[in-house]
Design a protein around this ligand. Sequence first.
Ligand SMILES: CC(C)(COP(=O)(O)OP(=O)(O)OC[C@H]1O[C@@H](n2cnc3c(N)ncnc32)[C@H](O)[C@@H]1OP(=O)(O)O)[C@@H](O)C(=O)NCCC(=O)NCCS
Length: 194
Amino acid sequence: MRIVVDNGPGKGRRGAAGKRTRTAPSVALRPAAAADAPALHALIAAHLEEGRLLPRTLSELADHAHRFTVAVQDEQIVGCAELAPLSGAIAEVRSLVVSREARHSGLGQRMVEELGRRARREGFARLCAFAHDPRFFVRLGFSIVPHTWVPEKISHDCHSCPLFRNCGQYAIVLDLERAQAGAAAGTALVNRHG
Ligand SMILES: CC(C)(COP(=O)(O)OP(=O)(O)OC[C@H]1O[C@@H](n2cnc3c(N)ncnc32)[C@H](O)[C@@H]1OP(=O)(O)O)[C@@H](O)C(=O)NCCC(=O)NCCS
């Protein structure tokens, strides 16, 4: 992944574009638990329109809480992101949200990095996302690809979606193997925790 060594909260970091990003002091990442479902639900629901996010039910979030990484500040969940498997080879970043007060300090990037580390540990070769505005992901090294390059998503979700072929979303993919090789060759800024 073309991202950065995670210096941890409060330290300076440099993003993929070489731009210095700010890290929020005292914001920790941790895996979510079922007890976090109400907070996840509230956070996602509050940003549905802005992020054009998929609505999530409380019970679905409780069932899938273990897939989420959350950002916690003063015991409040201020960010979340889900690693949702589409097949044994590819997992999707879903429900990525950072509360407005906590934005622009690198939390979104840190959570995607964390999902990338988990995805590699769990044996996925690629990460993908689907977004109306792909720029956040492109900045992190993802590439915009035709939807047909992610047939797992089409069969998993798109066929049953009323907006199939007309959703206006970009498919964005990160090849974890290639990103890791780029990191080893020193040609990309990549987290090295994986
Ligand atoms: C996208 C989001 C998660 C980013 O969270 P964040 O913690 O601010 O992210 P980071 O601090 O790691 O990175 C911020 C950078 O990402 C880029 N970025 C973020 N959102 C962007 C957007 N909509 N368009 C273009 N660039 C964007 C910018 O370069 C920004 O840099 P800046 O802080 O100098 O302005 C947050 O804006 C959010 O929750 N948005 C609403 C929900 C949403 O859109 N989710 C994604 C759906 S696919």
